[in-house]
Each structure stands twice: as C-alpha cells, then as structure tokens.
Design a protein around this ligand. Structure first.
Ligand code: NAD
Length: 645
C-alpha cells in the first residue's frame, strides 16, 4: 500500500513521531518497525483540508526535529490549556497526532497480532531455554539445515559449528548494524533487565544501572566505533632484506568461543564477551552461572537485535555442564570466575591445547598517601569497597593508609559508612544491596570471625548476625598478615584499614599478594603516583580514582599472578577473539630467491658480506649492502637456472 496523502519527508516525520509515542518494548515492535503507518491515508482521508495541511506542516517540522525535542513538545502538550492559547493549541496537537499514531498502531496490533511477528520475522517468542522448538534452529543454507537436535552439550556444539561459515561471511558493517540494534533494544528494555538482574543477584538498581547497563552500552559504542578498524587487515613493516614484498596480518575468527561467566555481573559478563566474540566473526556458546542464569533474558535481547539462535546459544547448567562443553573442544575458552575453577579449566583445556583466557579474582589494594584529598579518598574507597556489596573482582579489599593520616581517615570513613543505606530497593535509591548467595555470606562470616579471633577490631557492622544476606559495611583495624581477610579474596562489604610508614613498604606489601588484578593510588604528587603505579604487580591501576580502568572500554582488562591470564576489551582484548594470521605477499616472478638452493661457496661469501654490511650500520655499509644484494640476486638466479639446464 503506498501513501498518497503525505510526502516522503512527512512520512519520515510520522515515523519519528510514531517511535516517540510507541517506542515498543520486549514484546512489541516500535512504530517504525511495523508496516502500519502505510495505512495512514485511511485516517487522513476523513480530515478537513485545513487540519490536513496542519498535520502535514507539523510532520515536516518533526522530520527535522531530534526525538528528544519531540518528546519535550509532547510532554508540554499534555498540560491543560487553562486559557493560554499556545498551550491549548499544543494540547489539540497532542490529541490529534497521538490519536492518529495510536489508532494506526493499536488497532492494527489488535487485529494483526500474529502479523507483527511475521513482519519482524520474529518466529518465536522465547520465554525460556533450553529450547524445545525446532524453528529456532532453522538455517538459511540447506547444507546446515539440521536434523532434530536436542539439548545435550554436543548438540549445542554441533549447532555452534554449523553457524561458523555463515558468521565468517557476514560483513563487519552488517555485524555493526546488529550491535546498533542491540544497543537500542537494551536501552529500551533497561528497566526490565534491571528487574531481572535484581531478582537473581540482589544488587541495587543503581549498581545494576551503572555497572551493568551503562557499562554494556558504553562497550557497544566502543565496538561500533572502533571494531571495524581494529579487525581490518593490517599492513606491517617489511624489512629491506625482503624488498619488493608486502606483509599483512589478517584478523580472522577462531571458530566457536565458549564463554563461562560468574554470578556477580550476570548481564555485563554476558554481553561484553558475547559481542566481542561475535564482532570478530565467531559463534558463541555462553554458559551463565547457575546462580544468576537470567533465564531467557540474553536470548530475548539478542533475538530482538537480529541475532540468529545458533550465532550465540545459551547453555544453562552448573560447572559439570561447563566441563562437558570444554570436552567438546571449543576454539577458545573465555572464563571469568574464581581462581580454583580457573585452574581446573586450564588443566582440562591443556590436554587438547585449547586457548584459555582467565579473568579471575583479586584482593585489590587502595593506597592512600599523606597528601591525598581526605574527603575524596574516603568517598572513593567507601564506594570501591561497597559497590555490589563488595562482590566485584576489583573491590577495594585492603586499604593501606599512611600512618600520619590513619586516625583522620578512619574517623571520616566511619562517619560516612554510617550514612550508607543497606537493603534492596525498588526505585533506585538503594545503596548497598544483598549478597547474592548464602555460600558467599558464609565466606564473609568466616573471614570476619577469623580476623577477630586473631586480634582484629570490628569498628562498624557489629549489628550483623553473620547469617543475613544484608550486610552493613564491615570496617576493621589491627589487621595482620596471618588473617584470611589480609590476603584471601573475601568478596563482601569489608574495609580492612592497614597503616603504613613508607612508599617502598606499601609497594612490597601489595606485591607480596598472590593476586594482581587492580589497585588504586591516592596522592596529589603525580610523579609519586606514576612511580608507584609502575612498581605495582597488577593488571590495572587507577590513580586518584577507583575501579575506573574498567570504565574505559578502550583499556585492556585483566590480571597477573592468580588474577588471571590474558586481556579482554580494548584493541588487544578484541584481537584476543581472533586468529591472527600472518601473510607475506610476493609479486609473481620467475626469480629464484637468494636463500633457496643451490648453495655454493660463492653465494655463501656474498651472503656473509651482505650480512656484515646490513647489520653493521652506517651509510657506507648500507650502500655496500645494496651493491652486494644486487650481486647475490643476479648470481643466485643465474646459478639456479644453469643447474636446471
Ligand atoms: P566460580 O568459579 O565458582 O564459577 C564461575 C563459572 O564457572 C560458573 O558459571 C560455574 O558454573 C562455572 N564452573 C564451575 N566449575 C566449572 C568447571 N569445572 N568447568 C567449567 N565451568 C565451571 O566463580 P563465581 O563464584 O561464579 O564468581 C566469583 C569469582 O569470579 C570471584 O573470584 C571473582 O573475583 C571472579 N570474577 C572475576 C572477574 C574478572 O574480570 N577478573 C570478574 C567478575 C568476577
């Protein structure tokens, strides 16, 4: 059906306005994704000529107006006119245009509910996985159309492998479009995603919004902008000895990436590695934590972004399923979780030489020097230790404070900690949420009891019963190296305060840790900050800030020692999802290379001279190298042809 009563520019305005009024949700498409607007003539036909002109004028204006301004205009137009002519007209506009849009949208929805899904090619609305329906595994090419497969790990792997060829063929532009779509879907459904995260993980809405939704969107922006360049064939230097040749690196997909994730960031730890693997052209098997599976959430949003089911499959289950998937020999394992599991995975992967990336635990120190801004460092450390109830791999778990400001820092952090609200929220003003699992509560209880038995003092949080998942800030002093809380990962809202005397002493204490994930340094002396940052054996350091290297998607993230192997994010991290293929290109010629047979005494002597001239350096030697190079080339060629006759 073609629209006769609106010009293309006015149709554009109609679609824009339609998306503001009917933005869609997880179940329903946004207005512009439907075909319903094509029926607009049926409404406009009934309009008075003047009204129709008015509508055309407004739609033309809206076609040039950013969506947020249209939104403001609509908000204003909801107000009662109250005798004000402008407001009264705006209100009429609201009623008229909203009427047209909603009539088109909802009347069609009611009658054609089924058709919406046809239009959008949403064949199935997934509500939970494992998936029973065969439709989800329909393939475009006949060769990969699959026999009925079940939900055994091997079935997931067969489907993942069958998707590899298709994914290799999809252009980077098309993949970027899927990420753009994914960004929109996440933005539109962020409230729902936060609800789902909160239900299973227990974190506050603000923690979920800031560290999961915002973090993911920021990373998607990074991939959308930089991945095409990072994954493009790369020209690299070719030395003079290989004159006439070209060197390239191709960044190719590895195949199928197995991603195994923990429970503390169930959305972020899903989408960031999944999209990294996808944009690099891999198919994905994603195994979430059994504690926070977010059942159906990841499938739903990927499907809305146009991902086919076999591009990324979610495999639910515990560690046993994870281990069975490793047995099926994925092309790489991207693991985030505890040190113990990381070691098991690496051992299992080693028998088949499967590449492994391990993002493991930490015991991150914060170092506060005597010249640091007290207020900023106290607030920073407080947040860094308590966000997500301290269940972050980069939580501040050891706070080293220069002895000269120890008492001041202690008093201020105690005062501030008292103000932090504990408990789960429904509206976004909660500060410290719940611990996610009872076993994690037990670990925190064990570390606190152990510290108290060995002489530590609990300065805040005495009201905690050692059982509740709602744990207040636990601030301690008189900490010694014998205590578990000193060098084992606690993963709870703890703030152990430790005094130090000198820069070298604190560096040595930090570097003695078996972990090396992240650290924060607080001081006004930037030369000292940089010196200490270089001296620390960690993967990441934030200076006068905390946990902020994670906030920049361009920075590679990962640890040293027990905190892991490899890096993700940034240019290096993204290339970690690729097979880096080196290619040397020589133009076609009949020449015989000087290093090929036949070897002769004369050739040996010429090569020896050439080696001397090339590597000795200097202009004179360079000229000699060129002359000898020409001599040896011509000699090798002639000699080879003579031998061949
Ligand atoms: P975990 O090691 O218990 O479990 C992580 C995942 O591994 C889960 O999906 C689990 O089912 C799976 N698993 C368990 N045994 C397995 C096996 N034998 N084979 C294959 N898979 C197996 O970790 P967790 O308790 O879920 O997460 C908390 C840990 O994660 C903390 O140590 C934290 O520091 C770490 N972490 C690290 C980072 C990082 O980027 N460095 C980020 C978040 C969390």
């Amino acid at each position: 059906m073609t629209i006769k009563l609106l010009k293309p520019i006015q149709q554009k305005g109609l679609l824009k306005l339609g998306d503001v009024i009917c933005p869609g949700d997880l179940e329903l498409p946004r207005f512009s994704k439907t075909e319903f607007y094509k029926e607009v003539d049926r409404i406009l036909d009934y309009m008075e000529k003047d009204d129709l002109e008015g509508i055309r004028f407004l739609l033309t204006v809206f076609s040039f107006t950013p969506k947020f301004i249209i939104n403001i205009i609509l908000q204003l137009s909801q107000r009662s006119g109250g005798g004000n002519l402008i407001l009264a007209n705006l209100r009429l506009l609201n009623i008229g245009l909203k009427g047209i849009i909603t009539t088109l949208y909802y009347s069609n929805l009611d009658e054609k509910g089924e058709e919406i899904f046809e239009v959008l090619k949403w064949k199935t609305k997934i509500t939970s996985i494992p998936v029973e329906s065969d439709d989800l595994y329909e393939h475009t090419d006949e060769a990969s159309r699959m026999v009925k497969l079940g939900n055994e790990p091997k079935d997931f792997m067969i489907r993942a492998k069958s998707a590899q060829a298709e994914l290799r063929e999809i252009s980077i532009e098309a993949k970027v479009n899927h990420l753009l779509e994914l960004k929109e879907v996440i933005l539109d459904s962020r409230d729902w995603i936060i609800d789902e995260i909160q239900k299973e993980n227990g974190k506050t809405r603000s923690d979920a919004l800031i560290s999961e939704i915002f973090g993911v969107l920021d990373y998607l922006n990074y991939l959308i902008k930089f991945a095409p360049r990072i994954l493009k064939d790369e020209k690299v230097h070719t030395p003079i000895a290989l004159l006439g040749k070209k060197s390239r690196i191709y960044y190719e997909p590895l195949g199928t990436i197995l991603i195994i994730s923990p429970w503390n960031y169930p959305f972020y730890q899903a989408i960031v590695p999944i999209t990294s693997a996808f944009i690099a052209g891999n198919s994905v098997l994603y195994k979430p934590s059994e504690h926070t599976p977010l059942t159906g959430v990841i499938e739903k949003i990927l499907e809305r972004a146009g991902f086919k089911p076999n591009w990324c499959q979610i495999v639910y289950g515990d560690g046993k399923i994870g281990s069975e998937l490793i047995d099926l020999r994925p092309d790489k394992i991207f693991f985030t979780g505890s040190v113990n599991t990381g070691k098991k995975i690496m051992a299992q992967a080693s028998s088949e030489l499967i590449p492994v990336e391990l993002e493991l635990g930490g015991k991150d120190p914060s170092i506060v020097f005597e010249d640091a801004s007290l207020e900023r460092s106290v607030r920073g450390v407080l947040w860094g230790a308590l966000t997500c109830s301290g269940q972050s791999c980069t939580s501040a778990e050891q706070v080293f404070i220069h002895h000269s400001i120890f008492e001041n820092f202690k008093n201020m952090i105690l005062t501030e900690a008292k103000k932090v609200r504990v408990g789960i929220d429904t509206d976004g003003d909660g500060e410290i949420g719940l611990m996610t699992t009872s076993s994690q509560v037990d670990i925190v209880a064990d570390h606190i009891k152990d510290a108290l038995n060995k002489g530590a003092t609990l300065l805040s949080g005495n009201e905690w019963d050692y059982k509740s998942k709602s744990i207040p800030p636990l601030i301690l002093e008189n900490i010694t190296a014998e205590m578990k809380i000193y060098d084992e990962e606690t993963f709870g809202p703890i703030i152990p305060l430790i005094s130090f005397e000198s820069e070298q002493e604190v560096i040595d204490k930090c570097n003695a840790s078996k972990f090396g994930l992240s650290a924060s340094i607080w001081s006004k002396d930037m030369i000292r900050c940089e010196r200490v940052a270089r001296a620390l054996h960690t993967g990441n350091v934030s200076i006068n800030n905390i946990m902020l290297t994670e906030g920049n998607p361009a920075l590679p993230f990962g640890g040293v020692k027990n905190s892991g192997i490899g890096r993700y994010k940034g240019e290096h991290g993204l290339r970690g999802f690729c097979h880096q293929k080196s290619v040397l290109i020589d133009s076609d010629s009949n020449k015989v290379e000087v290093n090929w047979y036949p070897y002769t005494l004369k050739k040996y002597k010429l090569f020896d001279k050439m080696t001397e001239f090339l590597f000795r350096g200097g202009v004179k030697n360079f000229l000699r190298f060129v002359i000898t190079g020409l001599q040896i080339e011509s000699y090798s060629d002639k000699e080879a042809k003579r031998k061949a006759e």
